[in-house]
Design a protein around this ligand. Structure first.
Ligand SMILES: *Cc1c(COP(=O)(O)O)cnc(C)c1O
Length: 226
């Protein structure tokens, strides 16, 4: 592999990890309590290989098909991979998603909870789950509305027997992310959930201040997407 690329990717990852650690320190948090999900969607293969070479094992993908193509064979090589689905999931793809991903971060409606429950019982494989909240109530974004979140989380527990691990959100681009992270944190704590998947390349340090337990970073790690 291209040595230059290997160095660039390793330096980018080291920089992101250092910034996470500094933000954690500033917030009086243990840096080890914040996991880094490397968002590999639309990235060329050689960058993925370079990232794997750094020891990075948590990856996030937006689409089931793309993730299958990229990761299915690599599962055998890297037994410690942890794959997160961070894009919207259609019910007809639930089975494929459960077969591949360790964590589904985008559970946002009863029909999807039902499809996941069916897939889990068929495949005997149970992913960790995050409920996505559409904190900005944007029409084009997935996620349960903030005012419906409590009832949905209760239903996920009661009707489907799943204990969600935490909450996830994607703030509106034009608004201060901190407001949305704070709202998500409030919804999490009143529902007894301790994990927050928040923060992307532009705002992961802010997310750490607002309690992120995992940040989803793509372009700051890999470079711009094609
Ligand atoms: C693409 C994407 C990211 C990463 O975005 P960057 O700005 O490249 O860090 C994080 N979360 C979700 C849900 C995404 O779709």
């Amino acid at each position: 592999m291209d040595d230059e690329l290997r160095k660039t990717i390793a330096a980018a990852r080291a920089d992101v990890l250092a910034r996470i650690a500094a933000a954690a320190k500033g917030a009086g948090r243990d840096p080890a309590s914040i996991a880094l999900t490397a968002v590999s969607k639309f990235q060329p293969e050689e960058r993925i290989e370079a990232m794997l070479g750094t020891g990075q094992r948590m990856f996030g993908e937006n689409r089931v098909q793309e993730a299958q193509d990229r990761w299915t064979a690599r599962r055998a090589t890297f037994g410690d991979l942890e794959l997160h689905l961070i894009g919207p999931l259609q019910t007809n793809k639930a089975k494929d998603a459960i077969a591949l991903f360790d964590v589904i971060e985008t559970l946002d409606r009863p029909k999807l909870a039902g499809a996941i429950a069916d897939a889990v019982s068929k495949l005997g494989r149970k992913p960790r789950l995050y409920v996505q909240v559409n904190t900005g109530e944007e029409d084009q974004k997935a996620g349960v509305a903030p005012q419906d979140a409590d009832a949905f989380i209760a239903s996920v527990r009661r009707d489907y027997g799943f204990e969600p691990e935490g909450l996830m959100c994607i703030p509106p681009e034009a608004e201060p992310a901190g407001l949305h992270f704070a709202l998500l944190g409030k919804i999490a704590s009143r529902n007894g959930l301790s994990k927050l998947s928040i923060g992307m390349s532009a705002d992961y340090e802010t997310a750490v201040m607002f309690g992120a337990t995992s940040v989803r970073v793509g372009s700051a790690l890999f470079g711009a997407r094609g």
